[in-house]
Write a protein that binds this ligand. Structure first.
Ligand code: ATP
Ligand code: MG
Length: 448
């Protein structure tokens, strides 16, 4: 069953395999790293499967750690942390999720048979002739044909672990493959099981889809296979909301073009995907009044469900809330600075990136596209010229106010700082100590 094949495997990884073999255990490099090495891509992490039991692995490698109860020992060898795992079959799939327990086996074949897709179910080991590939499910042929195919009966495999359905879409998106029709049909039949997945596991796969070159491929696939309706009905329903855009006939299509046009970073991608998710609820007479605020709260709920970190949620929802800004050429410098203050200096690049993508998703070209770029230019000019976009950027602070006026802490100090800041927004040149101290006295003389 083994084919001879040389594979570029790092020396320290080969050394771990060699050590196990020299001690009369079986050992192979397995899984995603064999797939990636065959694709000519340097794998992120290296996995080794072996007939040795965890305690035997630990005895052989001094720098090792038995971190969990799934039979995986992490071995530090040279540049890599290698996960060395005893051959196992997974028993007891509770709730279509990760197995609660594992059972060890003596058989490599059984270990490969429990893996999700044929291209992930290959094993390789070095031999004196160069190396050999064990590929019982023809994963190499599927990889070359760019086909994602479940190992064994697809339906059974998705019932065992519903995450595999998302992984299929993720691999198809990231590796630009298609899902084999039988495997795809089984996903369609079992999509409802995705409701049992934990938010963390969903998030992990979704992030990989979003960071792919064309995330729309994956989101569209999730929808076509019935997974999106289960995981994110809020986005699925956007398909039924007509939108008269030059390049998109409904809010879902518009969102997909937009997400593809955002920079490949998580926050702008999430914002691009969900920026109009408030439209279905606000749809009336072809207008979507205040959809950015409704969209903000729906997105907060979705991202919370998928356990996104708080700062990611804050950044994404902030972009969505502010994405409807408008501009007219007659804005004063003060109006531009107030715009910067309102949205926040730090988010300006992401906010413009989102709006550019949104415009692409709407088929907007000149002259409305120029208006956005005009504002961008003016914002950059103000950023270069002005020194204060929030009260903390002032060259004076509350202590200066108290000292200058001979008063103690209290609300009056805050009132004066806020008023000073308003004056600086009108005239950035005021933000110099000798000019602001008189302003403080002047404001104090006019009680608020
Ligand atoms: P990535 O490039 O994201 O690391 P990967 O295929 O290496 O992709 P891992 O999560 O690192 O994915 O898992 C390593 C291997 O373990 C997979 O290649 C596959 O053989 C197996 N595997 C992982 N998750 C599952 C699962 N849910 N069901 C069955 N086998 C799995
Ligand atoms: Mg991996």
């Amino acid at each position: 069953m083994a084919t001879s094949l040389a594979l570029a495997v790092p020396q320290d990884v080969e050394r771990v395999v060699d050590t196990l073999i020299a001690n009369r255990f079986e050992a192979f490099v397995v899984g995603g790293c064999v797939r990636d090495a065959l694709r000519g891509v340097d794998p992120q992490d290296w996995d080794v499967a072996t007939s040795a039991k965890p305690d035997e692995i630990q005895t052989l490698f001094k720098r090792s750690l038995y971190a969990n109860r799934f039979g995986t020992v992490v071995v530090s060898s040279g540049a890599h942390e290698i996960e060395v795992t005893t051959y196992r079959v997974e028993a007891d799939y509770a709730d279509h999720r990760r197995p609660e327990e594992v059972a060890f086996t003596e058989s490599l074949h059984e270990d490969l048979a429990r893996r999700d897709f044929t291209m992930n179910a290959m094993a390789w080991r070095p031999t004196p002739q160069g190396g050999e590939l064990v590929d019982p499910f023809d994963g190499r042929a599927d990889l070359e044909a760019k086909t994602v195919r479940a190992v064994g009966d697809p339906g059974e495999r998705f019932v065992e672990d519903a995450l595999r359905m998302l992984r299929a879409v993720r691999f198809a998106t990231v590796l630009r493959m298609r899902i084999d029709p039988r495997t795809a049909d089984a996903i369609g039949a079992h999509a409802a099981l995705a409701a049992t997945l934990s938010g963390e596991r969903i998030q992990q796969e979704l992030n990989k889809i979003l960071l792919a070159e064309r995330p729309s491929t994956g989101i569209r696939m999730l929808s076509d296979l019935g997974l999106l309706a289960v995981l994110c009905p809020e986005l699925e329903i956007c398909k039924s909301i007509p939108q008269d855009k030059a390049v998109a006939q409904d809010v879902f299509e518009h969102s997909l073009i937009t997400v593809d046009a955002t920079p490949a970073l998580l926050v702008p991608r999430l914002a691009g995907l969900f920026h109009d998710v408030g439209k279905p609820e606000t749809f009336a007479d072809g207008h979507f009044h205040q959809h950015e605020f409704v969209g903000e709260s729906i997105t907060r709920r979705i991202l919370g469900r998928w356990k996104y970190p708080k700062d990611t949620v804050t950044a994404v929802t902030h972009l969505i809330r502010n994405h409807m800004f408008w501009y007219q050429a007659d804005w004063t410098g003060s109006a531009v600075r107030r715009f910067i203050r309102k949205v926040g200096l730090d988010v300006i690049p992401d906010l413009f990136a989102l709006r550019r993508a949104d415009n692409i998703g709407s088929g907007i070209r000149a002259p409305r596209m120029y208006a956005l770029e005009d504002l961008w230019t003016r914002v950059q000019e103000e950023i270069e010229r002005s020194t204060a976009f929030s009260p903390s950027d002032l060259v004076v602070d509350g202590n200066d106010v108290m000292r200058e006026l001979g008063i103690g802490p209290g609300p009056e100090v805050g009132r004066i700082i806020a008023a000073v800041f308003e004056r600086v927004l009108d005239d950035p040149d005021l933000n110099a100590r000798e000019r602001l101290l008189p302003v403080i006295r002047e404001i104090a003389a006019k009680p608020g």
